[in-house]
Design a protein. Sequence first.
Length: 254
Amino acid sequence: MPRPLRQLLLLEVLLLLGVCLGRSAIYSILRIIERMTRPEPLGQQSSSLNQAATRDRAWLNALFQLADVAFLAVPAGLALYLLHSVAQPRLGAVRAAGLQLDRWRSDLAWGFGIFAAVGIPGLALYIGAKELGLNTTVQAAGLGTDWWVVPLLVASAAGNAVLEEVVMIGYLFTRLDQARWRPWLVLVTAALVRGSYHLYQGFGGFVGNLVMGLGFGLWFRRTGRLWPLVLAHFLLDVASFVGYAFLAGRVSWL
């Protein structure tokens, strides 16, 4: 591939990341700096996800959450559109990103397996980092108890899973390979970005997602399949969001 085209691909990568997860990474870096310069220690602080937009209008909270979920799909769709314009030779965007459905039963089984392999160590890492004062208390859901809360938390988990895995793995690996980056550099770069946009939670969130990014990237390199990673990520977020909604105030480590 000619050098000018590789440069255009890298510019495309920067622009796409700049409107979604790369932007989140920059703000998370600024947030951890802000947290580290507060009077209270990091371990005594909290970070919030899926919070209510208003206190007294449940229907408006539902609409805000629904809009958030809908907009999560936009960068993922844009990433696939961009891959369609310059995909790998003889590959469409879906196949280039590893989203083919020809082995869905196997993908389903692997997704649950990856969830189990990542979920338990991830929970242990969170608890350990929190006890060491290296992580905030993550409040994963604060939308109340209305009937729509659990369905929208599940939808939010799906939106986050699709966004992160399509952009950070399917798109980014394909594009940086086309730009002739070395495979190890693609793997480390994607994992560092993933860890960085979780820094707002603290250093435990950064390390946990860095390691997860490395593992997910190696899986994609070995198999070329993305659906198991999307499913595993979805299940992890469902466990975090819905589990927090049910267990907050009932267990001491939340």
